[in-house]
Design a protein around this ligand. Structure first.
Ligand code: G6P
Length: 608
């Protein structure tokens, strides 16, 4: 979604801002813009399409300046045109604003401002902010921002420049993340720490309804109501190299191949073999309440939702909890009957997804114990929950989530093990899970070696316009995730079904042009899956099967087979998902799609 970068210091602002925008490209956007202050004038440029288009303009104009803001816009109000791209200016052209989020009462505010003589130049909701701040301004920019934002309903992360204050940037947030980066004689800010990591590891997260005033090497924070806030910088914990692609053609492929290492990081220090249990430090403080819990509700979106569906099976197998997995966007509008012993777990890579955050806040308000399974350290969900677990998957840049998903599955299995062992799961059953988990990274490495063979399969099948993905029990969420990957990056229509549901509808679609990807490891559902494969075969459907090494019985029934190593039934999804990620990736490349920045999608969805 939209991205913000701001810089005030002694280096050339345009190059730092453009570099920051490129590091935010992965979030998804459709236009971009920049504003740089140079003594008494502002340089402003905007462009539709990729950041490269803006970069060309900036390279031709060669602006100079040491204070500036920049933005990538993911269109909500008004098409992705140059006029609608940020920054937006006030009537006098002295004040410039970039904004993430949605101003819900913008129509009312706009009507009022027009009646008061303000002239609008765009169709955006953002532009009202420029005029509101202009109207509130009486020489003190942070005070004007505070006053203007009192009138606003909705969500915002903003950065504001004013010609009268050439060494100052004012930032504010409500519901849309803003993080400050403090360096030697320079201060940066961004909507995503990825844009700061090259410059500093000292960061400060802004909380909702706070306003920060940035000057070179310094900052101050107040609330919207002008209460002073004291907050120290904290050190971010991932390497600066994380955002580099290295020798991989795409971040997504790099991240697929990073999975064994990401899992090793997720497991490090968290296995207690002596007691066959997991050690999850972020849950220790709430362990008493967790031991009393009877009911677990998991809320999440997108790929994280599928991790939640997986969790339902794992928790039900390893614990005696009743588990519900719900899309956060639905959960937040349900009438919740939460009990004293209900736990709500939010799963989110970014920790900023608007629906997940809202669902969590609603659950917290109703008295539930709230937990987070989050990848981005210090993100809103991580900060607002009673307890939680970090994925430690490292920065994920590809819009289509891969290593975060497998880290989520790993930690969900560990969390279920922890709660199971606190109940009636036996030592032997617990130890079997731990042994299986330790094997996974190397087994994944084996699966990754099949990438060239999977590319050949993609060559054979990537012209198909429709796919069916099927699986049962633990493999059902993986079928959903595999189909999502194909839709997201290769723009191929793919449906995923619990295999038992096939005969209630999707089987009507099967013909020789409609291939099926069947997840058939040798587990207790195997024979049932074989029956489903036979049903497809009888209708001339093509089948690619993912099954366990050494299983040659499927060969005569299917067109192609991908083998995965043998492991515990609960953990096999960590292996079956890898060929599906690779298949989607190779199909997307063969079809000429933009793998890391798929059309219309955003990495972090911070609007409802
Ligand atoms: C977006 C991303 C997906 C992601 C979903 C949930 O749609 O494109 O890859 O699964 O948001 O994001 P979260 O950060 O909450 O896991």
């Amino acid at each position: 979604m939209c991205g913000i970068v701001a810089y005030v210091g002694s280096r050339s602002a345009p190059s730092i801002l453009m570099d920051g925008l490129k590091r935010l490209e992965y979030r998804g956007y459709d236009s971009s813009g920049i504003a740089v202050l140079d003594s008494d004038k502002a340089y402003v440029a905007r462009a539709v399409g990729k950041v490269a288009a803006l970069e060309q303009k900036v390279a031709a104009d060669r602006p100079e300046g040491w204070t500036g803001i920049a933005h990538t816009r993911w269109a909500t109000h008004g098409k992705p045109t140059e006029a609608n791209a940020h920054p937006h200016a006030d009537c006098a052209g002295r004040l410039l604003v970039v904004h993430n989020g949605i101003i819900e009462n913008y129509q009312t505010l706009k009507r009022r401002l027009i009646a008061q003589g303000h002239t609008f130049r765009s169709e955006t909701d953002t532009e009202v902010l420029a005029h509101l701040i202009e109207r509130a301004y009486a020489g003190d920019l942070p005070a004007a921002v505070q006053r203007a934002l009192q009138e606003v309903e909705g969500t915002f992360g903003i950065a504001v420049l004013h010609l009268a204050h050439p060494r100052q940037i004012v930032m504010a947030r409500r519901g849309s993340p803003i993080v400050l980066g403090v360096g030697e004689g320079e201060t940066l800010a961004a909507s995503d720490v990825a844009a700061l990591a090259q410059h500093t590891d000292q960061v400060v997260y802004l909380e909702d309804n706070e306003v920060a005033t940035l000057s070179p090497g310094d900052f101050s924070i107040t609330t919207l109501a002008n209460q002073a806030v004291t907050r120290r910088a904290t050190t971010i914990d991932f390497g600066r190299a994380a955002a580099e692609r290295g020798d991989f053609p795409h971040f997504m492929l790099k991240e697929i191949f990073e999975q064994p290492e990401a899992l090793e990081n997720a497991l490090r220090g968290r296995l207690n073999h002596a007691e066959a249990v997991a050690k999850l430090g972020g849950l220790e403080a709430v362990m008493d309440r967790l031991e009393q819990a009877r009911h677990l509700i998991i809320v999440s979106c997108g790929t994280s939702y599928y991790a939640g569906l997986y969790a339902r099976y794992v928790f039900e197998t390893l614990t005696d909890l009743t588990v519900e997995t719900e899309l956060a966007s639905e959960f937040r509008y349900r009438k919740l009957n939460l009990r004293q012993n209900t736990v709500v777990l939010a799963i989110s890579q970014s920790g900023e997804t608007a629906d997940t955050l809202a669902a969590l806040r609603e659950a917290k308000r109703k008295g539930a114990l709230t937990l987070g399974l989050v990848n981005v350290v210090g993100s809103s969900i991580a900060r607002e929950t009673h307890g939680g677990i970090y994925c430690h998957a490292g920065m994920e840049i590809g819009v289509a989530s891969t290593k975060s998903f497998t880290s989520q599955l790993t930690l969900l299995a560990l969390m279920a093990l922890l709660l199971g062992r606190a109940r009636d799961l036996s030592y032997e059953e617990g130890a079997a899970i731990l042994r299986g988990l330790e094997k996974i990274p190397d087994q994944m490495r084996e699966v990754l070696k099949q990438s060239p063979a999977i590319r050949q399969l993609a060559e054979k099948y990537s012209t198909a316009e429709h796919f069916l993905y099927i699986g049962r029990k633990y493999q059902y969420p993986i079928a959903l995730e595999g189909a999502l990957k194909l839709k997201e990056i290769a723009y191929i229509h793919a449906e995923a079904y619990a295999a038992g549901e096939m005969k209630h509808g999707p089987i009507a679609l099967i013909d020789p042009s409609f291939p099926t990807l069947a997840l058939v490891p040798e587990d207790p559902s195997y024979e049932k899956m074989v029956s489903n494969i036979q049903e497809i075969r009888a209708r001339d459907g093509k089948i690619v099967a993912v099954t366990t090494e050494g299983n040659s019985k499927l060969r005569p029934m299917v067109d192609d087979t991908i083998f995965i190593p043998r492991n515990h039934e609960v953990l096999t999804p960590l292996l079956t998902v890898v060929p599906l990620q690779l298949f989607a990736y190779h199909c997307a490349v063969l079809r000429g799609c933009d793998v890391d920045q798929p059309r219309n999608l955003a990495k972090s969805v911070t609007v409802e």
